[in-house]
Design a protein around this ligand. Structure first.
Ligand SMILES: Cc1cc2nc3c(=O)[nH]c(=O)nc-3n(C[C@H](O)[C@H](O)[C@H](O)COP(=O)(O)OP(=O)(O)OC[C@H]3O[C@@H](n4cnc5c(N)ncnc54)[C@H](O)[C@@H]3O)c2cc1C
Length: 406
């Protein structure tokens, strides 16, 4: 299915790029083209672009650092927003408010230099605050859930909500937002860090984390951990024990350094990644009876992600139904008012028109509500048609009180 990008093109001109390769926006350096791509430099613009795309019914995904997403080779049918909204505000009480495109490393380094503790673990985790809020990113015994106090999230119909951390329902690399089928975009997040620490000590701790990573994880283009650790075990240990370290399909290899890292050695494709993933899952299942669950998210044509399908809009279907019903009844009543009143008799005819008047009034109210809620065009049509329908029905009701006048 193709979508109409003209309205977005009119709004954003050359900032909106069509048929854009995604490889350069993902850490694994692969993925086919997106129908459209736009970069945004502030949370306000992020909200504006997302709202505009949602209003046009265009499937939309946002990429932060692209460190946890695998885009299919066929690419993405819809709009990809690249999040460059990076402002970080650090306050004297230890709160850090950052736009969702702020890079984790930058937040960590700036906080440490102000003597704020609690976010050192993020110093070498690739990606943005938005991605971390969605994924509950974490390392070295801590995670996003431990420091986040709230997130500002925008939803269709211009609804911006501030979610306290409890509402995000965090678990290990999971949240109430991850794989949510209804659209949303995280605009910013607020962290509460600990005041009064020695910046040099915090830096030394962070250096230790970086050094540990260098010795335990492979360099190069990868997606970090491909699988979540199953309860009580490690995905990397299981894949290694299954004899798959160093196994390569196409341009993608299970790292000889860490078996839960799949490295794009150059020219690798999303299909190579997927084949290697399936091989690892099947082999580990056969040998150890353990199901490995992907930590990485598969997005794009052929990957069938639930949030990228346009769902039928229930509100619009209801409004359409009401609108069509009213128009059909209005035409029938106009054509057959006289025979109808003879058929029903003088006592029942006023009841019919009273009922139709009520239908018209109720539809006017529903249309008004729908228009306020979603700026729906069908809502506006419904108000107009229902208002006339209610008026005409009221007139017929009045006439039907004097038998023989219809
Ligand atoms: C080498 C390497 C090491 C890694 N090590 C770790 C680690 O130690 N711990 C860890 O937890 N993870 C790790 N990861 C994974 C990755 O760093 C995290 O998952 C990170 O949170 C991804 O952030 P991102 O901005 O890159 O998200 P992306 O990959 O860009 O996006 C991930 C998901 O979040 C959504 N998203 C992103 N931003 C927003 C937003 N503003 N609003 C709504 N949705 C949004 C995307 O649509 C997508 O669904 C590693 C990855 C690599 C490549």
């Amino acid at each position: 299915m193709s979508y109409d990008y003209e309205p977005l093109k009119r709004l954003y001109g050359d900032r909106l790029k069509l048929n854009e390769p995604l490889a350069r926006y993902t850490v694994a350096r692969l993925g086919g083209p997106a129908d459209a791509r736009i970069s945004v430099g502030s949370a306000a613009m992020l909200n504006e672009v997302a709202q505009a795309a949602w209003q046009q019914g265009i499937p939309t995904r946002i990429i932060g650092g692209g460190a946890n997403v695998l885009f299919s080779d066929l690419g993405y049918r819809g709009l990809i927003i690249i999040n460059d909204a990076k402002t970080i505000d650090i306050h004297d009480d230890g709160t850090v408010k950052a736009e969702s495109g702020a890079v984790l490393t930058h937040i960590a380094r700036q906080s440490m230099s102000r003597g704020l503790a609690g976010f050192e673990w993020a110093v070498s985790v690739p990606g943005t605050l938005g991605g971390a809020i969605v994924n509950n990113a974490g390392a070295h015994g801590s995670d996003t859930a431990a420091v986040l106090t709230s997130a500002e999230i925008t939803f269709p119909n211009s609804k911006i909500e501030t979610w306290p951390v409890d509402k995000l329902n965090y678990h290990y690399r999971e949240s109430a937002l991850k794989r949510r089928s209804e659209p949303f975009v995280v605009l910013s997040g607020t962290l509460q860090l600990e005041l009064g620490h020695d910046p040099a000590e915090l830096q030394a701790k962070a250096d230790g984390f970086i050094a540990h990573r260098k010795t335990t994880q492979p360099p190069g283009a990868s997606l970090g951990s491909m699988f979540k650790n199953p309860p009580g075990d490690y995905a990397g240990r299981l894949i290694e024990a299954a004899g798959l370290k160093g196994k390569q399909i196409g341009g993608v290899m299970i790292s000889p350094v860490h078996a839960n890292f799949f490295v794009n050695t150059g020219g690798g494709t999303a299909s190579d990644y997927l084949s290697l993933t399936k091989l690892a899952q099947q082999t580990v299942k056969d040998q150890f009876g353990v199901d490995l669950e992907l930590e990485v998210e598969l997005i794009g044509e052929g990957f069938d992600s639930p949030s990228d399908k346009q769902k039928p809009n229930f509100l619009n279907s209801l409004l359409n139904l009401l609108l069509v019903t009213e128009i059909i009844i209005a035409i029938l009543v106009d054509m057959f008012a006289s025979p109808l009143s003879q058929l029903l008799g003088p006592s029942n005819t006023p009841l019919l028109f009273a009922g139709l008047t009520i239908l018209g009034v109720v539809s006017t109210i529903i249309g008004t509500w729908a228009t306020i809620k979603s700026s729906s065009l069908t809502g506006i049509c419904l108000i107009f048609v229902s208002f006339i329908f209610a008026g005409v029905s009221l007139l017929f009701f009045y006439l039907s009180l004097a038998p023989g006048s219809i």
